[in-house]
Ligand binder design. Structure first.
Ligand SMILES: Nc1ncnc2c1ncn2[C@@H]1O[C@H](COP(=O)(O)OP(=O)(O)OP(=O)(O)O)[C@@H](O)[C@H]1O
Ligand SMILES: [Mg+2]
Length: 673
């Protein structure tokens, strides 16, 4: 039995096989240690093989086995450098040993030694995987064969290690590729994907493998976007230099929204793969949206500043015009009573028509500059729309259909009913002009919240929306940006003054609201007005009916710094029977009032005057004449000291420019209250 025969340095059993100890030891000290697993049943052969190995310059550390079990156990237990195997043993064979070795997945040099073997057997054992075959007659080949096989095994082990390292690197590379949010892909000279990571596959809604060999066009990218990418790739292939393609647009893909990428392109020269381009794309969609939002906020701010500046200019001009128009219209009205000659009357009518037209322009300008006096009341906008419906359908004509969609549980708002009618009217006229060949005008109301940029700190404020939509020509972005500017019009000369939307904008902003426009060329337009909702019930939506013009015998203290208007008012009121005390300024008025022995029933005063303004004058005079009523004349809210120029219900106001009829009506109304 040779089962436990271990031939190690210092092992006494070694001598039995390996001959004189001391000579062998000296030799071993100089030789290369070699772990040999020897499959051999005869002691003599084992000793011969051992000697041969040693004489080849190795110091064998050797274990000898004879059966399959011993062989398998030894393979598992030790770490061997070479297996030397007798070709045929009583209970085992070299072929079986080779199979065991392969089962263990061990790549050890396996060298068969045999006394006599047919050429056929030798070939079949080599085919089965043995590394060499040495006959006992030429045992001298064993040493060189071992040396050669050790070298080959080392090369194979290094190759295996290199393959393993490569696999590890490849796995790591794949992991990095698949977990990065960036797009990483390689494309060949024809623009086809040759590699793509998961982010690319997700963008296209497919698998990485499905991308290979296909171009972005094949995968649904819009031609223009795909051509942009190709141009950048060609440039990199031509110049062989890296290139940054910023903000590359990739239209909606795989049900997603459009996205933007900063694409970094690098030329890639891989052996056997031709010239390729490596692309790394960083998704900058959010960044771009933030930049756009910032740009649009800046643009809005610039626009608001511009509107404010125009508003101030327009308001100033309109204020002065009001005085002139009051005189023009007033004196024309007085002339109408004394002129009877038809030709002259016709001329006068023209003067009055022009004056009326000028009045409507100035009132729109004032509305735009948010300087008109509003008389707000709590309104149900459904009623306002209902009241305006007949007027609207008359304005738009038969070729346009009017539709209304009114929210049944609409909240109320605080607004000037007359102005809201005018807003509806201006929007409807524009809609009509945009639908020359017919269409539908839709007026809708709804409950909503104020848009976020006007929201209060404690969350979005409730709002009422009034929207006016048409199915007309729509607007380009350039037009849309300018529509609220006064005098901006795209209409032919004489067709539009460009004040309609300026007025709408002014009224809405002065009422504390907000206006939005949605439009696109050929797709109609929707204006949506948001007004802050209030919690009070609506008062009657229609302004009280004007009383019939009445004469009066009361005394009126008239204070107006503009002589033409002062004279006009004096003339008109005297004509209706009133006693008029007139003063050019507040101080003069105070003196007059103090000296007047009888009661003064009404103070009729301008608001903005040099030295003492209307409100201060009223305060000082009414203190001494508590029975006195106050009626202001103005086209301009500044000076009343009220937000948005909203008038307190205890004060009556006469808008400039006014006609003699409206002056007398207002005076009577004020005295009778
Ligand atoms: N519903 C709409 N559809 C298409 N374009 C519109 C619409 N509303 C307004 N616009 C455009 O806005 C411009 C300005 O409108 P705005 O009402 O201020 O002035 P206008 O209609 O030209 O003149 P005005 O109203 O003073 O008679 C119009 O000339 C038109 O180009
Ligand atoms: Mg208009």
């Amino acid at each position: 039995m040779n089962i436990d025969l271990r031939l190690c340095a210092g092992n006494p059993a070694r001598e039995a096989i390996a001959g004189p100890l001391q000579a062998a030891d000296r030799e071993a000290a100089l030789s290369e240690p070699l772990h040999v697993l020897l499959v051999e049943d005869t002691d003599d052969d084992a000793a011969l093989i051992t000697r041969t190995i040693r004489s080849a310059g190795f110091a064998p550390i050797l274990e000898r086995v004879e059966t399959r079990e011993q062989f398998v156990a030894a393979l598992r237990a030790g770490s061997w450098q070479v297996v030397v195997c007798d070709h045929s043993l009583p209970q085992f064979s070299s072929i079986e040993a080779l199979v065991c070795l392969q089962d263990q997945r061990l790549d050890l040099p396996f060298i068969v030694v045999s006394g006599s073997i047919s050429e056929e057997s030798a070939v079949s054992i080599l085919r089965a995987g043995a590394h060499d075959f040495v006959t006992k007659q030429s045992l001298g080949r064993l040493g060189p064969a071992i040396r050669r096989e050790l070298r080959d095994a080392k090369v194979r082990a290094e190759r295996r290690q290199a393959q393993h390292d490569l696999r590890v690197q490849r796995d790591f590379f794949r992991l990095v590729l698949d977990t990065t949010p960036n797009l990483i892909f390689v494309k060949d000279a024809w623009g086809r994907f040759t590699l793509a990571n998961r982010a690319v596959a997700m963008l296209f809604g497919t698998s990485e493998d499905a991308l290979i060999g296909r171009t972005p066009r094949d995968l649904g990218v819009q031609p223009a976007d795909a051509e942009d990418m190709r141009a950048a790739e060609r440039r990199v292939l031509d110049t062989r230099r890296p290139h940054l393609s910023p903000r590359q647009h990739v239209g909606a893909l795989a049900g997603g929204a459009p996205r933007w990428f900063d694409m970094r392109l690098v030329p890639l020269m891989l052996p056997d793969a031709g010239e390729q381009v490596l692309v790394i794309g960083t998704d900058v969609t959010e960044q771009r949206q933030t930049e756009e939002a910032l740009r649009s906020t800046e643009e809005q701010f610039r626009q608001a500043q511009k509107m404010e500046a125009i508003g101030q200019l327009a308001g100033g001009v309109a204020h002065d015009f009001n005085n002139l128009l009051t005189a023009i219209l007033g004196y024309s009205a007085l002339l109408r009573d004394v002129i009877h000659e038809p030709d002259h009357l016709a001329d006068l009518t023209e003067i009055q028509k022009a004056g009326e037209r000028a009045r409507s322009l100035t009132s729109q300008l004032l509305a735009f500059s948010r300087k008109q006096v509003l008389e707000p009341q709590v309104l149900d906008l459904n009623r306002v729309v209902g009241d305006a419906e007949r007027m609207l359908s008359r304005v738009i004509g038969d070729h346009i259909q009017l539709e209304t969609a009114l929210e049944p549980h609409l909240l109320t708002v605080r607004a000037d009913v007359g102005q809201m009618h005018q807003v509806l009217m201006n929007l409807a006229v524009n809609a009509r002009d945009a639908m020359r060949r017919g269409g539908t005008l839709r007026v809708a109301t709804g409950n909503a919240t104020m848009p976020s940029d006007t929201a209060a700190d404690d969350g979005p404020a409730p709002a009422v929306t009034l929207s006016v939509s048409d199915t007309g020509c729509g607007m380009t972005e350039e037009v849309r940006q300018r529509i609220f500017e006064p005098f901006f019009t795209t209409k032919a000369p004489g067709q539009g003054t460009g004040l309609g939307l300026a007025m709408v904008f002014g009224v809405v902003t002065q009422t504390g609201g907000h206006i939005d426009v949605m439009t696109a060329p050929g797709h109609g337009t929707t204006f949506t007005i948001y007004l802050p909702a209030v919690s009070e019930p609506a008062t009657a939506s229609v302004a009280p009916e004007a009383p019939p013009v009445l004469e009066g015998c009361e005394t009126v203290l008239l204070v107006e710094d503009e002589p033409a208007i002062r004279e006009l008012v004096r003339k008109v009121l005297s004509g209706y029977g009133y006693t008029v005390l007139d003063a050019a300024d507040g101080l003069h008025a105070i003196d007059l009032a103090a000296a007047y022995p009888a009661p003064i029933h009404l103070l009729l005063s301008d608001i903005v005057m040099p030295r003492i303004g209307g409100p201060e004058l009223a305060q000082r005079i009414v203190a001494r004449h508590p029975e006195m009523r106050v009626l202001y004349m103005s086209g301009y809210a500044t000076g009343l000291g009220m937000p948005f120029g909203n008038l307190s219900p205890t004060v009556t106001l006469l808008h400039k420019p006014f006609t003699p009829a409206s002056l007398v009506r207002k005076v009577r109304e004020c005295l009778d209250r």
